[in-house]
Design a protein around this ligand. Sequence first.
Ligand code: NAD
Length: 407
Amino acid sequence: MMSLYDEAAAHVGIDPSNYAILRKPDRETMVAVPVELDDGTWTVFDGYRIQHNQGLGPFIGPMRVSGALKVDELRALAAWMTWKCAVINIPFGGAAGGIRINPRKRSRGEIERAVRRYTAGMLDIIGPDRDVLTPDIGTDEEMMAWVMDTVSNHERHTVGAVVTGKPIALGGSRLSREAVSYGLRVILRLALEHYHLDESRTHIHIQGAGQVGGTLARLLHGDGHKIAAFSDITGAVYNENGLDIPAILAWLAETGSLEGAPGEYERISNAEMLSRPCDVLIPCAIPNAIHSRNAREVRAKLVIEGAHGPVSARADRILHDQGIPVVPDILANAGGVVVDYFEWVQNRQGLSWIEPVIHKRLARFLTEAWLAVAKFQLRYGVRMRMAANMLAVVRVARADQMRGIYA
Ligand code: NAD
């Protein structure tokens, strides 16, 4: 991950001594999370928080609850959050952390005790002006509420803005669950215009039928787009003339799988889906779905990254060489962190914004980011991913430069 940003920093001519500060996290914290299990015995889980860079403002980033938590992955995620906040121009730096505990193997009570003890262990370094925790793999609204409640009990007053993804009744934001997909919808509109693709005739392929891909399919179908292919882990359903998305989503909600979904379509594999011609391919499932061995098969006119890193670095170059632009994740799926920021703002204002306000402000942030990236792309003659990375590095390095080094 860092090598891409090293390249961006060199390209844009940032002083290497200034950039050196961005290559290391500001702070890494590990806490022991002792928990009394349901059988009365005690055990200790590991909790982490990696805070990458606070040049632009307090830290913000995911709290992950997973048995497979890897510290190196958290380091990459924290830095990646810094770049994302910078591109989208919100006043935060990146962080990431979590508890190494498998939520499927533990009771709700054990998870609650772990989340609360983890939060208590991190009290000195988290808070609305220090570090804001956002939902991620393995978390849900209730867990985010436990974080808020634990901090509030220690502070002796309600502290909502320390955590996002809360239930709306406790200060959560409207549209927070669907924010990534709403953001992707805005980015699609900007991209179609930018690349002169006819909005009324686009054939779209969506890989992934989960929270991001499923919601996106619903939104785009509702907008009148033709979703010609839609897939999950079991493979894709394909109909050149467009799929009956509402019926398929209803089936998915009932059965959890595309297998046996109603409607007229051809059943094809995920690999085949990538190689069928379409206007826009939006991978919303897994990292590296498009890699160096299958990138040459892609027949889309445009790729928009819905998932984290669905196009590998090598595949990105191959697609570029084939004349297929890729809208990078750092910009395309940033709707989530924009609405996290909105939740923090609403909590601090003591307001709850209605949906049209959120839509309007989300579109504004993404459009401004899109235009800023497009300007860099034009000025430096680089592909979009590099332009977004350059913009991010410039903004963070400039903030660090202006603040200087204390002492
Ligand atoms: P999800 O678990 O709800 O859905 C994942 C979907 O991908 C499922 O339909 C699953 O069947 C499918 N899938 C899994 N393995 C596959 C494979 N090998 N080939 C094809 N399809 C496969 O996940 P989600 O929340 O929709 O997230 C999807 C991606 O978007 C992830 O990369 C995630 O990190 C990223 N993302 C999610 C959010 C969020 O708020 N949910 C925010 C930003 C980015």
